[in-house]
Design a protein around this ligand. Structure first.
Ligand SMILES: [Fe+2]
Ligand SMILES: [Fe+2]
Length: 143
């Protein structure tokens, strides 16, 4: 049985996993649903984001197993809006949420003595920050 700090970390990683699965599904769904001229640029961009989130899903699964946990691949619901700007705003909210959650996970990994995992989680924060900045840039120039 994992100690209390590792147990807390595992619970956090499991909730990260669910959020990443939701993100991956949300980006995939959106990239298919966009119609019109926006589909030329935004659909491929969202498909790339979905692939990035899939990597995060696999990373978290591996980490949960490494800590002797049992990853559950479930997802909460996401918005099925057809409005492109609303889609991107929802994506931005999700990326911001990820960054906040991973900041917490870094602290938990540190206090559980998982220094390597802490570093990987910091890399994840850097990637999610790139996603966030890209979305901010797109939304800032929205006509
Ligand atoms: Fe992610
Ligand atoms: Fe992301």
């Amino acid at each position: 049985m994992a100690d209390r700090k590792t147990q807390k970390l595992l619970e956090g990683l499991q909730s990260d996993l669910e959020r990443e699965i939701r993100g991956m599904l949300q980006y995939t769904y959106q990239s298919s649903m966009i119609l019109g001229v926006g589909s030329l640029s935004i659909s491929p961009y969202l498909r790339v984001e979905a692939a990035a989130e899939l990597k995060h899903v696999a990373f978290l699964c591996d980490q949960i197993v490494a800590l002797s946990g049992n990853p559950k691949l479930t997802s909460s619901k996401f918005s099925e809006t057809r409005d492109i700007k609303t889609m991107l705003e929802n994506d931005l909210d999700a990326e911001r949420e990820s960054i906040l959650e991973y900041r917490e996970r870094v602290k938990q990994a540190d206090s559980a003595g998982e220094v390597g995992l802490k570093l990987r989680l910091e890399e994840l924060i850097a990637e999610e920050t790139d996603h966030m900045r890209q979305l901010e840039r797109i939304l800032r120039g929205w006509q």
